[in-house]
Design a protein around this ligand. Structure first.
Ligand code: MLT
Length: 322
């Protein structure tokens, strides 16, 4: 704790007007809590590349995997609060895990500083092409008839794909064996190869594979059909009401000076205002936040509201990691 106080004091002294006017004067590291090739990594690289252009410094992606993002967030919380280490996370890594993991050794919400809210991904219920089901109803019946024979990918307890599996079970009563990966990028390779058979996965990861005919989609988990996935029914239309969106965001270590947070926020807003970035996000089925929703204070309030919403859901599901 003393180290953090000292770092915060140094950062505050250093972050006088001259310091923050010069910021950033070197590359910025963005910690990504899941393996390369997955939805969080993809978003990090798109946003990081464009933020780097805005700030005139390279964004270096550092994949720090394990324990559904808690290892990455611990590393972020310990980093110097100087604006040169930030992290990307989502509702799993920065809300659900605050409820699920009770012995993290740091405060997942209060030891991090919200920078900006990022796009939200609807999820897709998908299977390998080997599964003998053509509709969500047939998939549910198949899972119920083969309770121990079907495996599904997650990125660990508390990951977005784990929250998706919980929502799927709540909506359908069907379950599958959860196989943890370091991200749904690696899990997707096993789904395509039928080493695992199902997944509830973020659209940005699954939709390109569905469009390439490598896996099958049964439903999307948004309230209404995303234009990029107009031919895929919502879970409600397919008979099982189930809404879950994996929203993303950027955080910095607590104590990062406000004017640096504001510079990073402005760069994230510029990135999501770029027509090429918006087009790419929309093609992947993502919902983009408004500039107002992206502001640090609005994002902090949103995160706290999500914590209040998810806490009883996870406690009712008995999801705890001691
Ligand atoms: C990923 O990037 O691998 C995903 O966000 C993992 C997950 O949360 O399911």
């Amino acid at each position: 704790m003393l180290r953090r106080v000292v770092l915060a004091v140094i950062a505050t002294i250093a972050a006088g007007p001259a310091f923050s006017q010069a910021y950033p004067s070197k590359p910025i590291t963005m910690i990504v809590p899941f393996a390369a090739g997955g939805p969080t990594d993809l978003l990090a690289r798109i946003i990081g590349e464009r933020m780097g252009k805005e700030l005139g410094q390279q964004f270096i992606i550092e994949n720090v995997t394990g324990a559904a993002g808690t290892i990455a967030m611990a590393k972020l919380a310990r980093a110097a609060p100087d604006g040169y280490t930030i992290g990307i996370g989502h509702v799993g890594t920065n809300v659900a895990n605050a409820v699920i993991y009770t012995k993290l050794g740091f405060d997942l919400v209060n030891d991090l500083e919200p920078i900006a809210r990022l796009p939200a991904n609807p999820m897709l219920v998908v299977s390998s092409n080997n599964v003998p089901a053509k509709t969500l109803k047939e998939l549910v019946e198949y899972l119920k008839a083969n309770p121990d024979k079907v495996s599904g990918g997650t990125a660990g307890i508390g990951s977005g794909s784990h929250l998706g599996a919980l929502a799927f079970n709540k909506a359908t009563g069907a379950t599958y064996q959860l196989v943890p990966y370091r991200g749904t990028g690696p899990a997707m390779q096993d789904l395509i190869g039928n080493q695992i058979q199902v997944m509830v996965d973020q659209s940005s990861n699954s939709l390109p594979q569905v469009q390439a005919g490598k896996i099958r989609a049964y439903a999307q988990t948004s309230a209404k059909r995303s234009p990029a996935m107009a031919d895929i029914p919502t879970a409600a239309e397919a008979g099982y009401p189930m809404e879950i969106m994996i929203w993303n965001g950027l955080w910095a270590p607590k104590g990062t000076p406000k004017d640096i947070i504001d510079k990073l926020n402005a760069a994230a807003v510029a990135a999501l205002s770029d027509p090429a970035v918006r087009k790419r996000m929309e093609e992947l089925g993502q919902d983009l936040p408004t500039v107002e929703e992206m502001k640090p204070a609005a994002f902090a309030a949103f995160q706290k509201a999500e914590l209040t919403r998810w806490k009883p859901i996870l406690e009712a599901a008995g999801v705890k990691f001691e």
